[in-house]
Structures are given as structure tokens and as C-alpha cells.
Design a protein around this ligand. Sequence first.
Ligand SMILES: *[C@@H]1O[C@H](CO)[C@@H](O)[C@H](O)[C@H]1NC(C)=O
Ligand SMILES: *[C@@H]1O[C@H](CO)[C@@H](O)[C@H](O)[C@H]1NC(C)=O
Length: 526
Amino acid sequence: MTSLFSLSLALLSLSFLTTAVAASEFTFHEATIESIHLAFAQNRLTSRQLVDFYLDRIQTLNPSLRCVLEVNPNALAQADEADRLRAAAAGGNGTLGDLHGIPVLLKDSIGTDDKMNTTAGSYALLGARVPRDAFVVERLRSAGAVILGKASMSERYSLRSPQMPRGWCARGGQGVNPYVKSVNPCGSSTGSAIAVAANMVTVSLGTETDSSIICPADHNSVVGFKPTVGLTSRAGVMLISPSQDSIGPMSRTVSDAVHVLDAIVGFDPRDEATEEAAKFIPMGSYKQFLREDGLNGKRLGIVRHPFSDYKGSTAASIFDQHLMTFGSKGATLVDNLEIENIDIILKPSRNGEMTVLRAQFKHYINEYLGGLSNSPVKSLAEVIAFNSNNPDLEKMEKYNQDGLIAAQMTSILDDDVVKAQHRMTKLSEEGFEKLMKENELDAMVTLGSNAATIPAFGGYPVLTVPAGYDDNGMPFGICFGGLKGSEAKLIEIAYSFELATRMRKPPLSFSTEFHYPYYEQSYGTM
Ligand SMILES: *[C@@H]1O[C@H](CO)[C@@H](O)[C@H](O)[C@H]1NC(C)=O
Ligand SMILES: *[C@@H]1O[C@H](CO)[C@@H](O)[C@H](O)[C@H]1NC(C)=O
């Protein structure tokens, strides 16, 4: 580890010297989509310089943070093309997409029909070809985004094995929290969170069934947004659950998340849930809800039990300060609300969720694998056989595949699966829905990410914003959950909160675990 670190430091000083000369004014560190667009417009930055910067960061930091599985061999070419189109646009054709020239990293379960692999972290799918780009990737491309690469994740959304820690996959190893190395970065959208946190990309996409965007965002001090199920198409993405899965942005600011959300939402004939959810998409764009006074007049329900004490007193007292900020910005707080059956909802052994998800996973992974060409594996049974036959590659001595084997024995038609599904629906109706409606809430507000499970059962939207750091420098977020289609309100609340508090700090400036003293001050601003 030590030699690796000194090598990284040497590389860092080198790349600092070259990059500093190339771009004089633009601040790469913590760059936002708006700051990038401004720099593009003022000819202070090109998309190529931006991609160069991130590729450099990835090369330097990825050996220690393990958050990127592949970089796109076409990323620089895409950046050049974006720069060329921008020059043409300046000559009169002014129709550039909202993400024009902006680098985006994708979770490794989001299919791309290009030179990259889509593997959900496992070796079994290396070399397989997807039939087409995932719908969200098509949307990103048509908004002008540069696809920078594939982010690491918990292998097969953690479903491979109950032994496996979050953020581990055979291809990438263990993802590392850039704030406190010894604390798990959470998952399953692990690399998507770490890379954004450590300024290795502008924004990323994650996916969430239950907590998989919100938890890693919370643990790595970034914004994570799980939209209402159906707002973003799952077509071309490895699916677990049609009723719970959602694709969403991860970013350093609420505004960046909203830029990405605008680009990826919409009706897609290949995902029928998008038809019903399309009614939630506002005229214009979600950017109109980036309002500084967005907290004014909102009713916020505070659920403390059992969330407010889980990280100790520092986080809880910072949370209380945030509640006062809400009040001072014109929100009404309905405090100390309780969710019915909260202890059952939060307990995997009692809520029925694992029974449902394993069966759905089996069904939809078989469907997904069946649609691939050139794939070494065509079904879950063949994935299991692949792992058994390639124990070294898949590091089977380290973690078993008991989760996959359990999934293989299920069927979505099984009685206990259907019953468990009803149970989850009932828990959601009598818990979250009732809480929101009886108290006429615009959002449920909780400390940390553990509450993300509550809206997850019903496919509701959740948004987390960096809210502070505990005594060890460990980040935590504040989590807003809303009823279906309430993205506009969640954006107003989160944006207004973020402007009032500005809690996020980049990881390397204060961490006691990583020492890049020279690095932070010099590379960051130029
Ligand atoms: C302007 O750009 C768009 C998108 O690149 C293109 O389809 C269109 O043909 C261009 N129009 C002109 C007048 O060049
Ligand atoms: C995708 O996987 C193949 C191995 O099958 C590898 O040769 C190729 O380099 C990978 N693509 C990228 C972009 O890393």
C-alpha cells in the first residue's frame, strides 16, 4: 500500500504541472454542469480538457479507490466531437443538448452498445454484446453527454452472496470510501458515488431497488436521486424488480442531478411503467424547480425513530440544526412522526423483501441474458455454473454464491413470493403512504440513508443531499422521501436546503485516512 501511495503522489505532481498550464482559469475540482457550460461558452475549457482531467484522476486514484471498471476507449473522440459541434453551434446553429460535452459515468449494469462491457461486476458477462444502448444511455447521448466509463458496483446488486460486503465485485475488488477508508462505501451503486465524490467525473448514473443510490450517496457525500419508478426507463438495464427499480443521477449538487434527470426521464415503449409515470413529467423541465425559496410553505414530516441516533450525537445534533434551517426558510415541521410497523419494514428477515427480490431477479436476469449475443452465459443457471467453473476469477474462496443459488430455486409464481409481495404493499400503504397523506406532507425527512427502504417498497421517489460529517470525518446525508411524482417538490426542498447549508466538502481536504496534502490545494483550483 505504501509504495502504491508514493507512486500515486509522484504521478499527481506530474499531472498537476501539465494540466495547470493547459487550463488557466477553470476550476476542475467540484466543477458543476453550469460552471462547465459557462467555461465552454467563454472558451476557457474544452470537453477534451475535461475528459483528460478525469481520465488522469481515474488513472491516479482508481488503484486505491476501486470505483471504475472500464474507461470508454471512445471518450476522447466523443469529447472532440462535442467540441467540434460546439464550434459549429457558435457559427449559428445553436441547438446543443443540455449535457453537451459533459462526462458521465454509468453503473456497470447499464447496457451500452459500444466497446465497453456491461457485467454487473462479474466476469461471466465479459465480451457479451447488448442488443442496443439502454434507453437512458440513448437519452444521455442525444443530450450530448460523453460516456466516460463503467462504474464498479456490488456484484449483481449484492445478490450473489449474503457474505459479500457492499461495494465488492470480482472484477473491481472492494470499492473504498474516499472519506474514511475503513468504513464501507455502501452499495450497490458504489463506484458511481465514489467517482463523483472524488472528482473523477462530473456526474454518474446509479440504479436503485432499495437504497442502492441513496446509501452510497449518503456514505460518500454526494447527492443521490432515485426517481419515482417508471419516470426513467429500465430498458437495457439489468433489472431486479419492475415495481422497485429506478435509474437515477448521482452528483455533487442538486442542480447537476436535475440536469441529468431532465435528460433521462420519459416514455419508452420498451418499459411499460414509463407510460403511467409519464404524466408526472412537468411541462418545461425540472430545472424550473431549482428555487432558492423552495422550502417556503412546505410541510415536512420528521421521522426520528430509529434513524436519528444511529450515527451518534454529532450527526444527530447537526440534523437538529438543519431542522431549524428548514423552519427559518418557511417550512412547517411536523416532528416525531412514527411509521407504522417500522421495525418490520426495516428487518429483511421479516418484511418479505428478499423473498420477492430473489424471485424477480431470477426472472428478469434470465430475460436479460436471453437477449444478449456472444454471451458466455444465457441464464442464471449458467452464471452459477460459470462461477463454479471459474473459482479463481470469481474469487469463490472469498465469497460464495449462495444468494444466486437461492434465487435459482425460486419462481415469481410461488405462493410465498406472491404473499410476500402483498405484505410489502400493505406495509407501504399503512406505513409511508398513510404517514404522508394523514399529515399532508410534502416530504418525509430522515437522517442518514436507512429510511430509504420505506419509500422503496412502493416505488416512491427519494433524494439525499450531503448534510455533514461525524467526528471521524464520515459523511452523512439528509434524506427526503415523497409520494409518486413528487419530484418537483423534492427538488425545491433539496435545492433550497443545499443553498442554505452547503455541507459537501471534497474528500481529500480533511480526511485523516488519505494524505494528499500538496494535491488538494494545488490541483483543485486553477
Ligand atoms: C443544427 O444541428 C442539428 C443537431 O446537430 C442538426 O440536426 C441540424 O441539421 C443543424 N442545422 C443546421 C442549419 O446546420
Ligand atoms: C471488454 O471485455 C473484453 C474481454 O472480453 C476486453 O478485451 C475489452 O478490453 C473490454 N472493454 C473495455 C473497454 O475495457
